[in-house]
Write a protein that binds this ligand. Structure first.
Ligand SMILES: Cc1cc2nc3c(=O)[nH]c(=O)nc-3n(C[C@H](O)[C@H](O)[C@H](O)COP(=O)(O)OP(=O)(O)OC[C@H]3O[C@@H](n4cnc5c(N)ncnc54)[C@H](O)[C@@H]3O)c2cc1C
Length: 421
């Protein structure tokens, strides 16, 4: 079958790889000059099933409101901005801020994330793909006792759903990650949670390498192609109109990240994805022993620290401010300040590469994976904060659906139909 995958981020590329493995005639279209050059470019690098807790939860609306006046807040949104897309997304988000919805959404996300970890492992064994990976877990650190208590409570919920985590004292944290010794000595860390089966690695490098593997299996990648329009006959998508000519595939997968809603709208589909802008900085490691080897999440400051070869990546912050990719120094500063405080000797931090990207966020933090009212159109998008974590699993699921196989996980509750659209 001829399948067009729209978007060559980590999600689209994973989908293309598994479709090519199944023997389909795959074409991938992307406006960039190569794979993984938008949101998949410089993310936090974590394969973190342990972060399956959705953003929407009881208490979050009040917390988010308190942050509205703080320019460097971890989550920034300004509801008074004229932005109907944000208001509509925000209302759906509010509906998900109950304990019951939080549990359902955590279960759905974790289902995909745990499966994805398994698929990634099998892929690594099969292909020996290299992407500065660290297969040694993720350590969450907490700076206050109340936050540590909340973290442990969430950990217990995740444990019931299949994710194991160990509770650590500050001293245990140093045993896991010796580079935290100065912070523990200063009494800055109250405790930690260790998710041993999680991993980390460079998502862009992975996407690049996986695109090559997909190409060796016959997938064609067409870059510098801007997709303008999707034509349909009411039942099927019939034509993809681009600035470089048209495609007429048998099946289409939309994996356009934060830009999915625009093209889906042409088909009358309402896809509730809103961009959650995030920032990262990357610094050269100059003193290896002072840099972390295990990926660390600072749960108090909402930041992740990941070693990628001889680079240290710090990522975090979220801003709901539309499809805007301007770099704001005010949002970069907390990342620099915190890495200099937590790992002061790892680098001189003189040359820092700052970057921002738009996480394709759904109101319930669950990706949108599955069929649509159009017989030959599939969605694999809306992975929000966990697109790298869930890419392999969701790519495998879409390939299974298109190939007529039953996916290995229950896909109930993952599709667009849950939004009634
Ligand atoms: C600061 C930050 C930190 C993060 N940290 C992590 C982390 O540690 N772990 C994790 O799992 N996730 C993390 N994420 C989230 C993760 O990066 C995203 O979920 C993921 O990259 C989304 O991948 P995607 O393929 O869906 O989208 P993208 O990578 O954005 O790919 C979409 C592609 O579609 C193309 N496109 C869009 N519109 C068109 C068009 N009209 N024509 C042609 N091409 C088009 C774009 O060029 C792009 O290449 C982080 C994100 C940010 C911003």
């Amino acid at each position: 079958m001829k399948v067009a995958v729209l978007g060559a981020g980590v999600v689209g590329t994973s989908t293309a790889y598994f479709l090519a493995e199944d023997g389909h005639d795959v074409v991938v279209l992307d406006r960039q000059a190569g794979p993984g050059l938008e949101t998949s470019f410089a993310n936090g690098g974590q394969i973190s099933a342990c972060h399956a807790k959705p953003w929407a939860a009881p208490g979050i609306p009040l917390q988010a409101f308190m942050w509205t006046f703080q320019a460097d807040a971890p989550l920034l949104f300004r509801p008074w901005r004229f932005d109907p897309a944000l208001w509509s997304w925000g209302l759906k988000f509010l509906r998900n801020c109950t304990s019951e919805r939080e549990h359902i959404n955590m279960d759905r996300t974790l289902r995909v994330a745990l499966y994805s970890r398994k698929v990634l492992k099998a892929l690594r064994q099969k292909t020996n793909i290299q992407y500065d990976q660290q297969i040694n877990g993720i350590l969450h650190i907490y700076r206050t006792t109340p936050e540590f208590d909340v973290g442990r409570h969430t950990g217990e919920k995740l444990q019931k759903l299949g994710l194991s985590q160990d509770v650590l004292t500050p001293e245990d944290c140093v045993k896991v990650e010796p580079a935290l010794a100065p912070a523990v000595k200063k009494g800055e860390i109250t405790g930690g949670l260790m998710s041993c089966d999680d991993e980390s690695g460079d998502a862009r490098l992975f996407t690049d390498e996986l695109a090559k593997l997909a190409a060796t299996r016959g997938a064609k990648f067409k870059y510098g192609v801007s997709i303008k329009k999707l034509e349909h006959n009411g039942k099927q998508v019939t034509r993809i109109v681009t600035d470089q000519g048209d495609e007429t595939p048998d099946a289409v997968v939309l994996s356009l990240g934060s830009y999915t809603p625009m093209l889906a709208k042409q088909l009358g589909l309402k896809v509730p994805i809103y961009p959650a802008k995030g920032y990262s900085i990357t610094a050269e490691i100059e003193n290896s022993e002072a840099a972390p080897t295990v990926s660390v999440t600072d749960e108090t400051r909402f930041m992740v620290f990941t070693r990628l070869g001889n680079r240290l990546r710090v990522a975090g912050t979220a801003e709901l401010a539309g499809w805007n990719t301007d770099l704001d120094p005010v949002r970069v500063e907390p990342l620099t300040k915190n890495v200099m405080s937590l790992f002061p000797k790892a680098s001189s931090y003189k040359d820092i590469n700052a970057w921002c990207g738009l996480r394709p966020a759904t109101p319930d933090s669950v990706p949108i994976i599955g069929a649509t009212p159009f017989e030959n159109l599939f969605l694999n998008t809306g992975h929000g904060t966990l697109g790298w974590t869930m890419a392999c699993g969701s790519g495998r699921v879409i390939a299974d659906l298109i190939s007529g196989r039953t996916p290995e996980i229950d896909v109930d509750g993952l599709g667009l139909e849950r939004f009634g659209g």
